[in-house]
Design a protein around this ligand. Structure first.
Ligand SMILES: [Zn+2]
Ligand SMILES: [Zn+2]
Length: 132
């Protein structure tokens, strides 16, 4: 397989590309199957015809910013009142909003509880337009 970010050949079980340092599966500039350059939004590689995997980079809608669900849920439960889970998912504006809400009127914890439930039932959606 090839790095989808820089196109260098890499091992099947490598977690990170040793050439560019990008996580396996991140980046969409090269075909994972043949290593040829592909258009960023192409669905299929024009060189080998293999379907191109969608990347899981930060800010992908509905995927908790590409973060692990359990990790985000735990962070939200323990540190959600000051928006730490929002910062991890790249939602800096929401995180800052929660900090202000916690200090001004103490409802940061309630907002975090709502987020926590949404994360658990898979309804939490990271809005790419609200990322900084
Ligand atoms: Zn690479
Ligand atoms: Zn290809």
């Amino acid at each position: 397989m090839y790095c989808t970010n820089c196109g260098k050949e890499m091992n099947e079980n490598q977690a990170i590309c040793l050439n560019c340092g990008v996580k396996t599966g991140d980046g969409n500039a090269f075909c994972q199957n043949c290593g040829n350059a592909v258009a960023p939004n192409a669905a299929v590689c024009l060189s080998c015809g293999v379907a191109i995997k969608k990347t899981s980079s930060v800010g992908v809608e509905g995927e908790l910013g590409g973060q692990n669900k359990l990790m985000i849920a735990l962070v939200c439960f323990f540190l959600g009142g000051i928006g730490i889970h929002n910062f991890i998912m790249g939602e800096n504006k929401k995180g800052i909003f929660k900090i202000i809400m916690s200090f001004v009127c103490g409802i940061g914890g309630i907002l975090a509880l709502i987020d926590f439930i949404k994360i658990l039932i898979g309804k939490y959606v990271v809005d790419p337009t609200k990322l900084i």
